[in-house]
Write a protein that binds this ligand. Structure first.
Ligand code: FAD
Ligand code: NAP
Ligand code: SF4
Length: 671
């Protein structure tokens, strides 16, 4: 008897039976543009097929050049593309998996001068103004979609997904916001949905009945002048009629100012959207967004919200996710924490996607955990993310590893991170690593600060001792109202109602978030989340937005940085705006070009752009960055030990858990 009977039950699509209800959703990973055969992409998908995913969808490939997301982006348009893709489908089929190619025409979201759209309206996220497609251009584009689907079939794909959501070209045709045409492709809703319907109808005709056609339908646009609920239902019925095999849920355009997949979004926070469509169509419906663990997926399916669940990032974090669910071993899953740091943030910077918690993701044909030929005694000092990654991978390879930490529990700074409202998922990483320590047989020595004398007799000593908070020199820095982020986040110091924060990096923002909130976080409560960000569960207005609810903040906070420019400019590419918006909602004053003068009973004395000011605060919290903790290096080196530095102990500047885990992993592969 499985704990996940719905999740693991097969789904009969007529010509093919999927083994379970798990769809690996489309995600661009940066391997799509490899010259020649897509061997790296093949290895990436083969690992997920081996892991038991029912059906996978590739990242978006455009049906023509105009539809590129970026210059020279991946395409499915010529016989050469068929040749390039065949390695992918063959590798997946060898592992017993199924894979569909996503056809994505970026429309006005394309980042190149050839962009087209329904109308010539520039998007807020690309600097290129689109040209409105002519009627002939529309016909040609539909033909290109059909051609791409036929080629995909030739390349061995089991189906295609037509990207009709997230604000890409098809979505641009569907809504008034971006379709101001007055011809047969604009105006009335029937006209605006002709474009997707013609694509689906003609594609079905061309590929025959035994080929999966998934349509990603924008069920909630989260932008003004989006679709109404009635329009979504209407289109879904027409798409069913036109021959789709599966409807997948799309939530929010890329230009929407509502976080839809960040870690502060509650798990399965949008399954209610799919549920509302359930009674109107008979084709299988896939729900998506922030489903990352089997119990969440099972609950969504058991409640009848959808027929399948889509997850993309969770399979970067753990390709073996489905197999672990099948073995009823959810505790072994390396859970996606929805941080976006190594996946989407990389893709937006044109870098290969990987995963913060799994640095093997995207490197399936390059990084391997090879068993050792000579077993060494390895000491790892520091059980933060760097030390945890290093010790568990080294032990998995066969080394005899002892992990030391001064704290009573493993995790390092993650114990502070997990306390931040909206970062509850960090608990999962700690749970995973605790299990890995046991499974790989690492000996843990916790609760004792280690000195060089304790580290004798080891072949290799890895220092993962992390960081010290940077100490700043300022008159009054010893005043009782001064606290460090550690006092607040680890030691539960009492904090007054008026607070100034020195330093506006990741930790400064997190401390502000921590101090602003009381009650459940958005990640813990769907209603709180929807109210905070102004998402209307009734979908009363086109687009599904409502006025966000004003919450009185728990404190008055001022954040300061010395540099000029936007406060928080260096935060994550895809998540920084969420943190800044959250501060704005909390009424946080954000000051740049600040010079700190002194701290006394009156508060924090500063000048802002040369103007003197006193922030009359109860507490000043120092979040001014970090310095490496290398206290053991010299003594160990003089004792002749073979010493390695990783994580914050190596370099504290620009340190994050992504680098700490990757560095720990890479070192462990070499020891
Ligand atoms: P640490 O996590 O600092 O661990 C070092 C460990 O070494 C500690 O447990 C310490 O007790 C131990 N130690 C030190 N000296 C000794 C000794 N002599 N003997 C025994 N033990 C010793 N990063 C992200 O990527 N994303 C985020 O969203 C994020 N959010 C954060 C939020 C907060 C509030 C904080 C504080 C940090 C956050 N970080 C985040 C940063 C991330 O946690 C750090 O980059 C990461 O923990 C660094 O890992 P590390 O292993 O190098 O060191
Ligand atoms: P940080 O991001 O480097 O920010 C340090 C802040 O302190 C900056 O605002 C800096 O701005 C200021 N500062 C630096 N030196 C100062 C000095 N001598 N006096 C006064 N102010 C000073 O470091 P952090 O906030 O401590 O975060 C540590 C690491 O954890 C970061 O690298 C970050 O990536 C990671 N982290 C990530 C997240 C996330 O969500 N991804 C969250 C938390 C932490 P000015 O120099 O302009 O004053
Ligand atoms: Fe998930 Fe973060 Fe990994 Fe992306 S980098 S897959 S969001 S854990």
């Amino acid at each position: 008897m499985t704990a996940y009977p719905n999740l693991l039950s097969p789904l009969d699509l007529g010509h093919v039976v999927l083994p379970n209800r798990v769809l690996m959703g489309s995600m661009h990973v940066g391997l799509e543009e490899q010259p020649g055969p897509l061997t790296k992409l093949a290895a990436y998908f083969a690992a997920r097929a081996r892991g038991g995913v029912g059906l996978m969808v590739t990242g978006g490939f455009s049906p023509n050049i105009e539809g590129w997301l970026k210059p020279l982006g991946g395409r499915m348009a010529t016989p050469i593309d068929v040749f390039k893709h065949r390695v992918v489908t063959e590798a997946v089929h060898r592992e017993g998996g199924r894979i569909a190619l996503q056809l994505l025409h970026a429309g006005r979201y394309g980042y190149h001068p050839l962009v087209v759209s329904a109308s010539a309206i520039k998007s807020p996220i690309s600097k290129f103004k689109p040209r409105a497609l002519s009627q002939r251009g529309i016909e040609r584009t539909i033909g290109d979609f059909v051609n791409a689907a036929v080629l995909a079939r030739k390349a061995g794909y089991d189906g295609i997904e037509i990207m009709g959501s997230e604000g890409y070209l098809i979505n641009q045709f569907i809504v008034r916001r971006t379709n101001k045409r007055t011809d047969a492709w604009g105006g009335a809703y029937e006209n605006r949905i002709r474009f997707p319907l013609e694509i689906v109808r003609r594609t079905r005709e061309a590929v025959g009945p035994d080929f999966i056609i998934i349509f990603r339908l924008s069920m909630l646009d989260l932008v003004e002048e989006g679709s109404t609920f009635e329009e979504v239902v209407h289109l879904a019925k027409e798409l069913q009629q036109a021959g789709v095999s599966i409807l997948n849920t799309g939530i929010g355009w890329h230009e929407a100012r509502v976080p839809t997949i960040a870690t502060s979004v509650p798990r399965a926070g949008y399954s209610w959207v799919t549920r509302r469509l359930k009674d109107h169509v008979t084709v299988p419906l896939v729900t998506s967004n922030r489903i990352n663990m089997p119990d969440t997926a099972e609950a969504v399916l058991a409640a009848g919200d959808a027929d399948m669940v889509s997850m993309a990032r969770p399979f970067l974090a753990d390709p073996g996710w489905v197999r672990k669910a099948e073995r009823d071993a959810p505790d072994e899953i390396n859970t996606c924490i929805a941080c976006n740091q190594a996946c989407l943030d990389h893709v937006f910077k044109n870098k290969r996607a990987s995963c913060l918690v799994n640095p093997f993701a995207g490197y399936e044909s390059e990084r391997f955990v090879k068993p050792v030929t000579h077993r060494k005694k390895v000491a790892v000092v520091g059980a933060g993310p760097a030390g945890l990654a290093c010790s568990t991978i080294a032990a998995r390879r066969g080394h005899d590893v002892t992990l030391f930490d001064a704290q009573e529990e493993v995790g390092g700074q993650f114990h502070m991170a997990k306390r931040i409202p909206g970062k509850e998922e960090f608990h999962e990483t700690l749970r995973y690593f605790r299990g890995e320590l046991e499974r790989t047989g690492v000996t843990c020595r916790l609760g004792a600060h280690v000195g060089a004398a304790d580290l004798q007799g080891f072949d290799e000593v890895v220092l993962a001792t992390g960081v010290h908070p940077r100490e700043i020199r300022l008159p009054g820095i010893d005043h009782p109202k001064v606290l460090s982020y550690i006092d607040v986040l680890r030691n539960d110091a009492d904090v007054g109602d008026d607070v100034a924060i020195i330093g506006a990096g990741g930790i400064g923002f997190d401390v502000a978030e921590f101090l602003l909130h009381s009650g459940p976080s958005t990640a813990e409560d769907v209603e709180v989340y929807l109210d905070t960000w102004g998402v209307d569960a009734e979908h009363a207005d086109p687009g599904g937005l409502k006025l966000p609810e004003e919450q009185p903040p728990a404190r008055r906070i001022t954040m300061c940085q010395r540099s000029p420019g936007k406060v928080g400019a260096r935060l994550g590419k895809t998540t920084g705006w969420i943190h800044r918006a959250s501060m704005k909602k909390g009424g946080v004053e954000m000051l740049s070009e600040v010079a700190y003068e002194r701290i006394d009973d009156d508060g924090l004395h500063i000048t802002v752009k040369g103007e003197p000011r006193v922030l009359a605060v109860d507490n000043v919290i120092i979040c001014a960055g970090q310095e490496p903790n290398r206290e053991l290096v010299t003594s160990l080196q003089s004792a002749g030990a073979s010493v390695h530095l990783i994580g914050g102990a190596d370099v504290a500047a620009e340190l994050d858990a992504k680098r700490a885990i990757e560095q720990g992993t890479l070192l462990a592969m070499e020891l």
